[in-house]
Design a protein around this ligand. Sequence first.
Ligand code: NDP
Ligand code: GUA
Length: 485
Amino acid sequence: MNLTLQDPALVRDHCYVGGRWVGADNGATLAVHNPADGGEIGRVPALGAAETRRAVEAAAAAWPAWRDLTAAARKERLLRWHGVIQAHADDLARIMTAECGKPLAEARAEVAYGAGFVDWFAAEAERACGDTVPSPWPGRRIVVLKQPVGPCAAITPWNFPLAMITRKCAPALAAGCTVVVKPAAETPLTALALAKLAERAGLPAGVFNVVTGPAQVVGGELVRHPLIRKLSFTGSTAVGRQLMAQVAPSLKRLSLELGGNAPFIVFEDADPEAAVRGALQAKFRNSGQTCVCANRIFVHEAVYDAFAAGFSAEVAKLRVGDGFDPRTRVGPLISAAAVAKVERLVADAVAKGAEILVGGGRHPLGGNFYAPTVLAGVTPEMALFREEIFGPVAPLIPFRDEAEAIELANATDYGLAGYFYSRDLGRVWRVAEALECGLVGVNAGVISTPVAPFGGMKQSGFGREGSKYGLEEYLEIKYVCLGLE
Ligand SMILES: NC(=O)C1=CN([C@@H]2O[C@H](COP(=O)(O)OP(=O)(O)OC[C@H]3O[C@@H](n4cnc5c(N)ncnc54)[C@H](OP(=O)(O)O)[C@@H]3O)[C@@H](O)[C@H]2O)C=CC1
Ligand SMILES: O=C(O)CCCC(=O)O
């Protein structure tokens, strides 16, 4: 595919380590493909363990000087990075659409969202405030300092190739940490473009590094290296569990943002049109490939038929296609394996009695395109009730009353996002408090923003990204007891 950009220098074929552009020692590379047509759009280095170690050492070498800058100086450098990201927003969005398939409008929205983390945390750099505590001793004072954790590693997924990097790295850099990022194999070009822009913004060498290559080798080295003090990971629960075991020997700090199985509940008192709009947003953003996507849509039996009809009519209108086509609302899935997983889940549901209201199979475009699908009569026995679908399939499940809705919503090992529509104030509080998840959208289908805490409970992981809480993940607390004599 021919990726036409205003600034072609943003497409890199080398990694960014210690302020230099480097390849693998043995020259090995990995291909990057466009999921819409399978075409190769670039190649990136397949680094080995030795090159990854050098990246860690570069981050460690850069740490003292970066840590010792004033917060205002770090803020100023982050704002410069934010400025160049915004100035190249269209190119970044095009790179993203090419390598992960999302519609260009969504890619542009992701650049704005992702840049927002840099802007927000630039300002937060100056708010890493400590405390003084009333002392129990007359001759002593108690002071609490906040200090950067140290060199960090970030392992990021393909579904938000830009925002997942800035959501981790902006707070790390603001706090005074340095970072080595390993992006997903499917979407390294956006990460390397961000590195190019970091270089142009004048981030000092070694402060922000991007390494690409086989997950077990590159990721494995980052996870085990003793100089890395903290790991932040977004991806599948299975890999998150492995990484947690791998960091145990070096006791690194850890943030895990893992899979989800979000309930979306439509109560009988919901605004019906708003509920349909919200469900469309919560389900079909990024073709259903987000960890906060509605995975199970519970609808009160009194409004079930009306909701199913209204929602299905809107889903049937969603246009599927190449993300570069401005009419496209639903792009391809990331890979053939992702399509196969969605097919398996739909086949299992249909075999156990689910009814297909819309779609139900691969899209006529073929390849990685799957038709937006609505399934009625879904039950907890079906695999998609428990598994993260990560595709454009909306399962509808009727319920009788509030207690049953809450019980069904919480009947999952995951606990990331939950949504519900209701206009009853008492119910809004009761249900928001009862849902076992880290984010709740009430009468709102898309709720992510750099200013609010994002993160999960249960097997969706732990730690928070974004907001003032996101900065704390990269700060150590140090208690200083000061004797006055
Ligand atoms: N929470 C979320 O936002 C996401 C959830 N998922 C869920 O996970 C499923 C599978 O997606 P998938 O892309 O395979 O997710 P993974 O969890 O496998 O990948 C996420 C990141 O982890 C890296 N990684 C994988 N294995 C290791 C390892 N052993 N050591 C270090 N790093 C590793 C990957 O690298 P590499 O790409 O090189 O393999 C990638 O950078 C999806 O269907 C979805 O259900 C997926 C993505 C995001
Ligand atoms: O899927 C994810 O991991 C990120 C969710 C996107 C968002 O921040 O809303």
